[in-house]
Design a protein around this ligand. Sequence first.
Ligand SMILES: [Zn+2]
Length: 327
Amino acid sequence: MFDISRRRFVVGATTAAAVFGLDRSVEFLPSAWAQGGPVETGLNPKKMQFYRFTMGDMEIFQIFEGEVTRPHSDGFIRNASVEDTKKALAAGGLKDDIVPNVFTVTVVRTGGRTIMFDAGLGAGTLPATGRLAQNLKAAGIEQKDINLIVVSHFHPDHIFGLMDKDNAQIYPNAEIMMPAAEYGFWTDPARTSKLPEGVQGIAKRAQATFPNWKNIKQIGDNAEVAPGIRSVSTHGHTPGHTSYVLASGGRQHIVLADITNIPQLFVKNPGWHVMFDADPNSAEANRRKMFDRAIADKATLGGYHWGMPGCGTLAKDGNSYVYTPMA
Ligand SMILES: [Zn+2]
C-alpha cells in the first residue's frame, strides 16, 4: 500500500487546499478564484468545445471542461522560482502574470460503448468550469449515453463532476471504475484525520458518496477496463494515480491524466515538481517512464491539463521533451 508522509503532503498543503478542495461547502475556494470572472488562460486559443480523432476502431474525443487561473506563489513549483515559472510561461507563448490551468475530459467510443475518463470539476463550482455537459452535447454525446466512467485519481477537478452539489450521482446508470489504491487511500476514515486539513474535504466527500454507490468497481494495475483499454499505475501525483493505454488498429493512445500539468511548464521541465504531486519523486519517475514509453511505441498522448486540443505527440529533447499538439 502506498503512504504519503504527512510532512510531504503538508509542504504544499496551504495552497494545495485551494485547488484540491474546490467544494465551496467545505470553504476551500480561494477568494481569488471564487470572485474571478471568466478567465482567459490562452490554453484553448481556438475556443474548441471538443476535439475528435480516430484510432483504429476507436473514436476519441477531448472535451473542454473549463479553465482556471491562480496567482503566482512561492512553492507552487517546489524546485523552481516564480521568476523561472514566468519565464517558462512566456517562452511557451502564454501570459506570465498568472498561472493558467485547463481541464479536458477524454471520451472514447468503442465496441458500441461510450467510455469517459474522469468527470471534470462539475458545474457551479467556478465561473469558467463545468462545461462538460454542454460540450459533450456539441460533440454529439449525451451524458445518459455514457456507459462507463474510468477514474484516474480523486482530485476534485477529476471526480467532483460525478456528483451534484447535494452529492447525488450524475451518472447513476454508468459503471464507474476507480483505482483500488486510490479508493483505499481516500475512503479510509482512519487516515482522514491524519491528512492536512486542506485536503480532508476530498476524503470526506469521497466517504460520503462512493461507499453508497453500487455502480463502482475497483480495479488494479494492468486491468482490462474494456477491450483494448488497460490501466497502468502511475502513482506519485496521488497514491493511486492511474493512466490508461488504449490500443486499436496497431496504434496506441495514452490517457495520461495528471502525470504532468500544463506542457509549457512541465513537459518542457519534467524535473519540476508541482505542489500537487504528493510524492514528487515517484511522480517524476512515472512521468519520464510514460513519456519514454510513448515515444518508443509511437503512441499519441492526452493530458488532462494540456489545453485544447489536449492531445498530441512527444519527442525527446535532451533531458526534456517537446510536445506537438494534434491540432
Ligand atoms: Zn487534475
